[in-house]
Design a protein around this ligand. Structure first.
Ligand SMILES: Cc1cc2nc3c(=O)[nH]c(=O)nc-3n(C[C@H](O)[C@H](O)[C@H](O)COP(=O)(O)OP(=O)(O)OC[C@H]3O[C@@H](n4cnc5c(N)ncnc54)[C@H](O)[C@@H]3O)c2cc1C
Length: 406
């Protein structure tokens, strides 16, 4: 067993964990990130980054390098029904300079964040280290135990930050209940096709026939598609066989029918996302803070997960530094972060639920009302305000440059 000591032990090197690690290390704190993966290739994770997250990454000097690794810029978000555009979320009309949606593979984002972290001499990274236990003294958490190829490692810390995603081990080890809510009536079946011709510059939901489908250009030269299906309905659907599933996909998006035929050759080409939201009952315990998906898992509607994860890190940064200086990592101290942030997350979850109902609801009444309602709503100032909220989140969350060495 190898032991080490750090100020902050961040579990999980995803967008939340690496953004926070960079901020803390640039502020002079000693930071150790414990990440179970040995590479940056993770199972498929979302790629759409909203303007708010882009602006924060730009402020950290990370955005340009991440973009240079490959991305697509999108001007608009569209809801299209039988070829008619019902909602045109025009990002170019938002305040610049980050007034676009960015489709950027998470590995590009993570690689750039990690490169910047490695330039800080008080940063260390334990890759291929899976957290399996917490170090406790009574009810206070003082570190983690991780399993690595070379044996067990113990990392003692002033504070542990759980940034280990929707199925957080840290949350589970700490005994924190996670309130899962099946707010959304759909799951998503993801697949990719080759991009033929110019990459489209919008993120589009098609309602052509059958279930709605999301499509956008993805790096390097692919179209990423997400077909919505009734929540928990995949097993029954798949039981009808691949041919049946492909028929349904072709009906949903006739313009890609030939490619679906040629390129979907087995169930291995399809991957299911179980859509749910969840909130951890506590985000803080003595010696522990949860951020990102481990604290609150969002549905994929409106592409909020990465944005909120980055904003969580930026909002937590000054509180964690103050806790280090005060030598106080009690739940009472760390609540300064959690109480405010919960309100932001609640607001966004409500917006996502409305988006989901507007875009994905089925049935004859919904089908008759949607076009009028969508066109009416999308022309109002309220809609423009909601679009700004979706794009930027809480604009009060800003980098604390005064705490950073550079
Ligand atoms: C299919 C899919 C599509 C999505 N689409 C979008 C989208 O378009 N836009 C968007 O904004 N969001 C999207 N999301 C959500 C987004 O991916 C997440 O909200 C975001 O990645 C959360 O970041 P995070 O850092 O909190 O957690 P994660 O990105 O999940 O990172 C957690 C990290 O913790 C590590 N880890 C886990 N357990 C352990 C352990 N025991 N020990 C050590 N390390 C551990 C994992 O390997 C991982 O690196 C999507 C999610 C999914 C699943």
């Amino acid at each position: 067993m190898t032991d080490e000591r750090t100020d902050f032990c961040v579990v999980g090197g995803g967008p939340a964990g690496l953004t926070l690690a960079l901020l803390l290390a640039r502020s002079g704190a000693k930071v150790t990130v414990v990440e179970r993966s040995t590479s940056l290739e993770r199972e498929y994770r979302g790629e759409i980054l909203q303007p708010g997250g882009q602006a924060l990454l730009a402020g950290l000097g990370v955005l340009d390098g991440a973009r240079a690794r490959g991305c697509h810029e999108h001007d608009r978000f569209l809801l299209e029904e039988h070829g008619r555009v019902l909602i045109n979320g025009d990002y170019r009309r938002l305040p610049g300079p980050y007034n676009c949606l960015l489709s950027i593979p998470q590995r590009h984002l993570l690689a750039e964040l990690l490169d910047h972290c490695h330039r800080e001499n008080r940063f260390s990274y334990l890759g291929g280290a899976k957290v399996t236990g917490l170090v406790r003294d009574g009810s206070t958490i003082h570190g983690v135990v991780a399993r690595t190829r070379g044996g067990e490692r113990t990392v003692h810390s002033h504070c542990v930050v759980g940034a280990d995603g929707r199925f957080s081990k840290v949350r589970q080890l700490a005994g924190i209940e996670n309130d899962r809510r099946d707010h959304f009536a759909q799951d998503v079946l993801w697949f990719r096709l080759r991009s033929l011709g110019d990459a489209p510059r919008d993120v589009r939901i098609f309602r052509a026939g059958g279930n709605p489908l999301l499509a956008y250009a993805s790096v390097p030269d692919r179209i990423q598609l997400g077909w919505t299906l009734p929540h928990n309905g995949y097993r029954e659907l798949a039981a009808h066989g691949l041919g049946y599933v492909k028929d349904r996909l072709r009906a949903a998006v006739p313009r890609y029918a030939d490619q679906i035929d040629a390129e979907i050759t087995g169930f291995k080409d399809l991957s299911l996302l179980d859509v749910f939201t969840a909130k951890a009952q506590q985000w803080v315990l003595d010696g522990l803070l949860l951020i990102g998906d481990s604290a609150h898992t969002q549905g994929p509607i409106g592409a909020q997960g990465i944005n909120l994860a980055i904003q969580d890190a930026v909002a937590a940064h000054p509180v964690l530094l103050a806790s280090l200086r005060a030598n106080d990592a009690s739940a009472g101290f760390l609540r300064r972060y959690a109480d405010n942030r919960r309100r932001d997350i609640e607001t966004m979850t409500k917006i996502q639920r409305v988006q989901s109902k507007t875009m994905f609801s089925t049935g004859t009444v919904a089908a008759a009302v949607r076009p009028k309602l969508a066109m009416l709503v999308s022309r109002t100032p309220v809609y423009r305000a909601v679009l700004r909220q979706i794009a930027f989140g809480n604009r009060g969350i800003q980098l604390r440059a005064d705490l950073l060495s550079h």
